[in-house]
Design a binder for this molecule. Structure first.
Ligand SMILES: C[C@@]1(CC(=O)O)c2cc3[nH]c(cc4nc(cc5[nH]c(cc(n2)[C@H]1CCC(=O)O)[C@@](C)(CC(=O)O)[C@@H]5CCC(=O)O)C(CC(=O)O)=C4CCC(=O)O)c(CCC(=O)O)c3CC(=O)O
Ligand SMILES: NC(=O)C1=CN([C@@H]2O[C@H](COP(=O)(O)OP(=O)(O)OC[C@H]3O[C@@H](n4cnc5c(N)ncnc54)[C@H](O)[C@@H]3O)[C@@H](O)[C@H]2O)C=CC1
Length: 215
């Protein structure tokens, strides 16, 4: 069994090649653009999603069949054409040149895969079956969708702001760690859920840090 390494990547400004322009390529393109990638699509024909993105100038599209050399100019490659043999040849070329490659038609032909995703602002919950059953991964995400409501977006944003404050104002690592742990022990999530949470003012944040750091 392949033991995949789960990671979160900042793709802003990174060049990514997407081979294919159909339904699956459209889904990937939207996810990649949301993460800030500079996307090039190579495909003789394209579906509605890629067309819309091309027309609004969000990606560059090259209207022809993909060639092996295409893969060598990118460090991240998606082989998502409807031609499975081509996807595997592209993947092989990309791997040889040291690129990361995702293969839509056969997970094992690539060296990274995507999980099913649930987003609540900064909180990201993902489920992967390591390719065993993508539909099962989606079904589990739907269960988690009910478990993790909108309150987690506010909560994650609160944690983010407080953590910056703590990092800026507390220099001792042990104290910082203790404060961060305390922050997760507060009843803020409950307040957000019950809609009784009032966003903390600058002063309240500073006071909380001053009070809690003494213990
Ligand atoms: C490896 C991976 C690729 C990757 O890295 O992305 C992969 C691979 C393959 N999927 C296939 C089929 C389907 N995939 C879906 C749906 C999704 N697939 C997703 C992820 C992944 N799919 C990655 C592993 C995830 C994991 O870890 O388990 C989801 C969760 C997330 C996303 O795509 O963003 C997304 C939910 C979208 C949503 O909920 O909206 C459906 C259902 C549908 O489309 O509704 C079907 C048809 C039913 C079926 O076959 O099960 C096939 C066979 C192709 C063929 O035979 O033609 C392969 C190839 C292979 O199995 O090797
Ligand atoms: N990863 C996933 O979640 C899933 C993956 N798949 C697989 O993904 C692949 C694509 O599926 P769809 O987007 O639904 O197919 P599709 O038929 O909608 O699109 C195929 C695209 O590939 C392009 N193409 C064909 N030959 C090409 C070439 N030589 N060079 C460049 N582009 C070429 C076509 O122009 C078209 O735009 C299939 O192999 C399918 O098995 C299918 C379902 C889910």
């Amino acid at each position: 069994m392949t033991e995949y390494m789960p990671i979160m990547m900042d793709l802003r400004g990174m060049r990514v090649l997407l081979v294919g322009g159909g339904k699956i390529a459209g889904r990937k393109a939207n996810q990649l653009l949301a993460a800030g990638a500079k996307l090039t699509v190579i495909s003789p024909e394209i579906g509605d999603e890629i067309r819309t993105l091309e027309q609004s100038g969000q990606l560059e599209r090259i209207a022809r069949e993909a060639r092996m050399e295409d893969a060598e100019n990118y460090r991240i490659v998606y082989a998502a054409s409807g031609d499975e043999a081509l996807n595997e040849r592209i993947a092989e070329a990309a791997r040889r040149s040291g690129a990361l490659v995702n293969v839509a038609s056969r997970a094992q032909a690539g060296n990274f895969i995507h999980p099913a995703v649930l987003r609540r602002g900064r909180l990201v919950v993902t489920v992967s079956t390591s390719g065993a059953g993508p539909s099962a991964a989606s079904a589990l995400i739907r269960e988690l969708d009910e478990r993790f409501g909108r309150e987690y977006e506010t909560y994650a944003e609160f944690l983010y702001v407080m953590r910056q404050k703590i990092r800026d104002s507390v220099s001792e690592p042990e104290v910082r760690h203790r404060l961060m742990r305390k922050l997760t022990e507060t009843d803020i999530l409950d307040h957000i859920r019950q809609e009784t949470f009032v966003p903390w003012s600058e002063r309240r944040m500073v006071e909380w840090i001053e009070t809690e750091r003494e213990e």
